[in-house]
Design a binder for this molecule. Structure first.
Ligand SMILES: Nc1ncnc2c1ncn2[C@@H]1O[C@H](COP(=O)(O)OP(=O)(O)OP(=O)(O)O)[C@@H](O)[C@H]1O
Length: 227
């Protein structure tokens, strides 16, 4: 991904929330984004997922400038390319974990094939969520976040973006979710996570620090993924 002259203002005549002249992130990198509250971390993650449009600048993923895509094209690109893990899960409580994992396929308006259903089962198995539970609201918060991670993987995206993935979990659940998240990264999959959680940031090979919408530090660590 290559960013140039990126700027975001939520309101005209206010200071930019993000002001980023340039940034490059290579396929397969494991990147943590840290910084004080209000420094623009979540806004940046939403921009690079195409969920939010910048006021100015370009975000180019593999030759595609996502800032110039129509809404439909942006949705299609995101479905193929991005798995997004939200802090507050964004699950539907009333339906089963399996149906939650299948939500991206339902949104795409696809008939859900037996292969897709099998993949959703397998993903839930991989993240260790009990399938016997009928309703997602019966799951613990840690299990719910694992369902959200499984959902992010339904289309096997090359990029995982996570916004404070452990913020609402207790220590034990955080540890499990973090282990799963980092086990997905590496090889050729890019992981970019915003976090206040030291345990998450410390496992990233590259740490970007933001303050007041500016990149103030870009450090490559010698911490290997999972170390
Ligand atoms: N939808 C919005 N409309 C207007 N201002 C917003 C909106 N979302 C965020 N902001 C403002 O933009 C700035 C950056 O917010 P953002 O959530 O990106 O920061 P953050 O670093 O992720 O913060 P936190 O760590 O508290 O989640 C803040 O001043 C926030 O109040």
């Amino acid at each position: 991904m290559r960013i140039s002259d990126l700027q975001l203002r939520y309101h005209r005549n206010t200071a930019p929330v993000i002001s980023l002249p340039s940034l490059a992130i290579h396929q397969g990198e494991v990147v943590g984004i840290s910084g004080p509250s209000g420094s623009g971390k979540s806004s940046l993650l939403y921009l690079i997922s195409g969920l939010l449009r910048p006021t100015g600048g370009n975000i180019i993923w593999n030759g595609t400038d996502i800032t110039s895509l129509s809404e439909g094209a942006s949705d299609r690109w995101r479905r193929q390319s991005i798995g997004f893990v939200f802090q507050d899960f964004h699950l539907i409580d009333e339906v089963s974990p399996l149906e939650n994992v299948l939500i991206p396929a339902s949104f795409a308006g696809w008939r859900i094939s037996p292969e897709t259903r099998k993949r959703a089962y397998d993903l839930l198995d991989q993240v260790g969520v009990p399938m016997a539970r009928k309703s997602t609201s019966d799951l613990s918060r840690g299990e719910q976040q694992r369902v959200a991670i499984a959902r992010a993987l339904l289309f096997d995206p090359p990029i995982i973006l996570a916004d404070e993935p452990t913020a609402s979990l207790d220590d034990a659940a955080s540890q499990i979710a973090t282990d799963i998240l980092f086990s997905l990264a590496g090889s050729n999959r890019t992981l970019i996570t915003v976090s206040h959680d030291r345990d998450v940031i410390d496992r990233c090979a590259r740490i970007l620090k933001f303050d007041k919408g500016h990149l103030v530090d870009d450090a490559t660590t010698n911490r290997a993924e999972g170390a």
